[in-house]
Ligand binder design. Sequence first.
Ligand code: UGA
Ligand code: MN
Length: 239
Amino acid sequence: PIIFAITPTYPRHVQKAELTRIANTFRQIPAFHWIVVEDTNNKTSLVTNFLKSSGIQHTQLCVKTPPAVTKARGTLQRNVGLSWLRETFQLTEAPSGVVYFADDDNTYSLKIFEEMRYTKKVSVWPVGFAGGLRYESLVLNDAGKVKQWRVRYDPSRPFAIDMAGFAVNLDVILEKRHAIFRLDVRPGYQESSLLQDLATMGELEPKADNCTKVLVWHTKTQNPNVSGDRNFTDRNVEV
Ligand code: UGA
Ligand code: MN
C-alpha cells in the first residue's frame, strides 16, 4: 500500500526548516506520496522548489484559510487533500493505500509508517506530548480492541485522539465521500468530526505493539528570534 500523507503548511520563519526536517524523514519511506497543502491563495515558489528538490513523490495544493476562521488550523487544507484523493482515484481502480494527516511540526519515527501501512479501516496509536500528557494513548480490552481513550483532555469526545494518532485506509476515504473535517466544532473535536463518519471505536485497529510504544511526537518548534534583522540580511536569500 502507498502512504498518502496530507500536510498543511503556512508561511512563517521556520516553514522551510520544518519542511526540511520532515522531508528528511519522509524521503526514507518507500511507497510514499506527500500531499502538501499550503495555507495561501497561490502556491509559493518556496514550497514548489523545495518539493521539486526533495526527491519525494508529491502533490502541491493550496487553499487560504479565510481570516474569519481563527481556530481551526490546517482544517481546510486537510479537506483539500481529501478532495484531491477523491477526485484523483475512483474507488474501483484506486491503488491500495492509507491516508495520514502529518502536520509539518510533528516528529515522526520511520516505524510509525510501517505500522500504519496495513490499515484495514482506521488504525490508531499513542502520540507523545499530546493533550498535556507525556503521551496520549488508548485502553485496550483483553481481545486487543480499543475500549477507552487514555487522555486527560475531554475524554468524552467521540474520538479523543490527536491528528497524528490515526490513519485511514484509502478505500474508506473514497467510499465515505462526504466525510470531512468540520470547521464548526469545539476545540479538540476536529478528529472526531472526521472519524465518526468513518469507523466505530470497536473497529479501530491498535498499532505500535498494542499501543505501548510512542512512535510520533506532537512537537512544537519555538519561533526564532529575528528581531535584530530588520533589513540587515539579503531579502533575496531564502531562509
Ligand atoms: C493541534 C493538532 O495537532 C492539529 O492537528 C490541529 O489541527 C490543531 O491543534 C488545531 O485544530 O488547532 P497544533 O500543534 O496546535 O495542533 O497546531 P499547528 O501545528 O500550529 O497547526 C496544525 C497544522 O496546520 C500544521 O501543519 C500547520 O502548518 C498548519 N497550519 C497552522 C496552517 O496551515 N495554517 C495556520 O494558520 C496554522
Ligand atoms: Mn503542531
